[in-house]
Design a protein around this ligand. Structure first.
Ligand code: SF4
Length: 319
């Protein structure tokens, strides 16, 4: 099995579907060999050590390798909203984020474009990009690809969603997710001690996110236990409570309600049980504030996001 990142036959993600993307074919992730983007924006909703004053420079890729039934970005992850970009434009987008004041480049769900991302970030670095590069992903990665990314990525931002194979099978059609993600996350953490810049922003290391699923606090306990055992003291935990029910993908199950106030109180008590050190957890914000609409020039609220590039508009001046 070749370990160097390549589009054909494609073995970039644990699906190992071997699609011949090198000739323009599409894989299970829905994408061919052209990097496809939906949005680049200054984002103010990430963890404080990733936001600072200028915002995190998020770059949202089209397509996805995991396919959660409850994906809040389904317009781009499943429906393919976005536009193909060549490496020079990708590099220019990263540099535009830097010029606009971003404190990092935050690559959101890029696993299926690893070869293009390595090329594009390399080009951006050669053209003056100095910001840390974040890998923001589901955690469903091959260890070999994590190793291949280590010359490109400075901060890892995986979301470890579940320790239960049955949950992963039900919601992601990936029963191997708990073990595959655990191995990938440990590979990410190796050689990445937490490092901060003079402003207190994270410039190297790993933040382990966990999106709490309503009705599954036992699973959250299992994830926190795993974190304490394997990463306690050398990574930052980030507990996310923003799960918002959407129209589930056709014929697939998804939790039907948001986290209740009672569940949230139990979650806070659970977090207190663990001595996790520095870390983050979201307040419970009812409603759909977190649900983006990527067809809009600014898919998020003005408080959360200031676009720099949009698939339908090209470069825009952040307001
Ligand atoms: S990245 Fe896409 S094409 Fe490649 S193995 Fe995964 S699902 Fe298949």
């Amino acid at each position: 099995m070749p370990d160097a990142p390549s589009y054909g036959p494609c073995l970039l993600c644990p699906r190992l579907c071997s699609a011949d993307r090198g000739s323009g074919g599409k894989g299970r992730c829905g994408q061919n060999n052209q990097v496809r983007l939906a949005l680049a924006s200054l984002h103010f909703g990430e963890e404080p050590v990733l936001v600072g004053k200028g915002g995190s420079g998020t770059v949202f890729f089209s397509g996805c390798t995991l396919g959660c039934t409850f994906c809040q970005n389904h317009q781009i992850s499943k429906q393919g909203l976005g536009r193909d970009v060549e490496a020079p434009e990708f590099a220019a987008i990263c540099l535009a984020l830097q010029t606009a004041g971003a404190v990092n480049i935050n690559l959101v769900t890029g696993t299926h474009f690893i070869p293009g991302i390595i090329e594009g970030i390399g080009l951006a670095r050669a053209s003056g990009l100095t910001l840390p590069v974040l890998w923001n992903s589901s955690g469903y990665e091959r260890v070999e690809m994590v190793e291949a990314l280590k010359g490109t990525v400075d901060v890892w931002l995986p979301d470890y969603k579940t320790r239960q194979s049955a949950t992963a099978a039900r919601y992601f059609l990936a029963p191997d997710y708990p073990e595959v993600a655990a191995a990938a996350i440990l590979a990410m953490a190796a050689g990445y001690p937490l490092e901060y810049d003079e402003a207190g922003l994270l410039r190297r290391g790993l933040i382990l996110r966990h999106l709490v699923l309503p009705g599954q606090l036992d699973d959250s306990r299992a994830v926190l236990t795993w974190f304490a055992q394997h990463l306690g003291g050398r990574a930052l935990p980030s507990i996310m409570t923003q799960y918002t029910p959407i129209q589930a993908l056709a014929g697939r199950p998804a939790p039907a309600s948001a986290l209740s106030a009672e569940e949230y109180a139990r979650l806070v008590a659970l977090i207190d049980e663990f001595d996790l050190g520095e870390g983050f957890y979201q307040e419970l914000v009812p409603g759909s504030e977190w649900l983006p609409d990527f067809a809009r020039p600014n898919p998020f609220s003005a408080e959360l996001s200031r676009p720099v590039w949009h698939y339908a508009l090209g470069f825009v001046t952040p307001k």
